[in-house]
Design a protein around this ligand. Structure first.
Ligand SMILES: Cc1ncc(C[n+]2csc(CCOP(=O)(O)OP(=O)(O)O)c2C)c(N)n1
Ligand SMILES: [Mg+2]
Length: 290
């Protein structure tokens, strides 16, 4: 519960990785507002359903607009907002279940369209809000409430999926570094085109992966997460694919397609070419009034 939304009675569990993400998002929004001299209300947050989506209610400070949509449909809603109001900064916040399971089919079409929005995906490898069912990123053999004898199917590799789907800007992160995550979200919002910041954000209650992500150097346990090397060339698709595929969690800007044309540019050009005259909101409403 925040001071801004005292009526909203929702709490994240102590230690939830999403706290790092909400802090990062607050920093990124404040920084953007200052840098571009843009009111925070110019940003619209479209939230998926899940603990992660509740981020939209748990922000402190000046509030962006928020739409808490329906499970899995954050991208189509964001598409509608951006198509209607291209000047707005549209950000999706969603979980691994929301974005990659029920919502998974929307990634490819929006990537091909190059929808100019940023998706912040909080991947805890579980359905957190509904109390611990297996998600697309839960590991094979993982015991969850829906897989009591261990999950049978292989997990999806989100970074590989985004690359194969043609997402032109992909960043991989971990929630325990909010300042880094803030910089990643800021750069993703600046990118003209479809941008995904995929953040490993542990669920302390149903899938606590903090130890694995950070490792335990004293006991010789290598961290799963590692920073992308300084010489990583984000415009090199094959280099990005290699980092996506080797089973660990790279941290940093993984891929950037430099010459993509965002949906807005194509839409504007098509509208100029078409014979249909663009109508303002007043004109459209006037048609409905008898
Ligand atoms: C159409 C529909 N199906 C199922 C649900 C139930 N449901 C709510 S949240 C959720 C899973 C959320 O998992 P995830 O997206 O990983 O978010 P998390 O809670 O882990 O952050 C499900 C299955 C729903 N609300 N609507
Ligand atoms: Mg989840």
């Amino acid at each position: 519960m925040t001071k801004r939304n005292p009526d909203y009675d929702f709490k994240w569990c102590p230690g939830c990785g999403d706290f790092g993400v909400v802090r990062a998002f607050e920093i990124a929004l404040a920084d953007r507002a200052e840098r571009l001299n843009e009111p925070i209300e110019n940003t619209v947050v479209v939230a998926g359903i899940g603990c992660s989506g509740n981020l939209v209610h748990l922000q402190d400070g000046p509030q962006p607009f928020g739409i808490h949509g329906i499970h899995g449909r954050s991208l189509p809603i964001a598409f509608g907002v951006k198509a209607g109001r291209p000047e707005l900064n549209v950000v999706v916040v969603a979980g691994d279940g929301d974005f990659l399971s029920i919502g998974g089919e929307h990634i490819g079409p929006q990537a091909r369209r190059n929808l100019d929005i940023t998706a912040v995906v909080m991947d805890n490898g579980i359905y957190g809000l509904t109390k611990g069912q297996a998600s697309p990123t839960s590991l094979v053999g993982q015991v969850t409430t829906t897989t009591p004898a261990g999950k049978l199917d292989e997990p999806v590799n989100p970074l590989e999926l985004y690359l194969a789907s043609g997402v032109p800007h992909i960043t991989s992160a971990i929630s325990s570094r909010p300042k880094d995550v803030a910089a990643f979200i800021g750069a993703a919002m600046d990118f003209r085109g479809f941008s995904i910041v995929h953040i490993k954000s542990p669920c302390t209650y149903f899938n606590d992966t903090y130890a694995a992500l950070k490792g335990d150097p004293k006991r010789g346990v290598e961290p799963v997460a590692y920073p992308l090397p300084d010489d990583h060339d984000a415009t090199d698709y094959m280099a990005a694919l290699e980092h996506a595929r080797h089973g660990r969690v790279p941290v940093g800007e993984l891929y950037r397609k430099p010459d993509g044309v965002p949906m807005q540019d194509r839409l504007r050009a098509a509208s100029e070419r078409s014979m249909v005259k663009e109508r303002g909101v007043d004109e459209m409403l006037a048609v409905l009034v008898v």
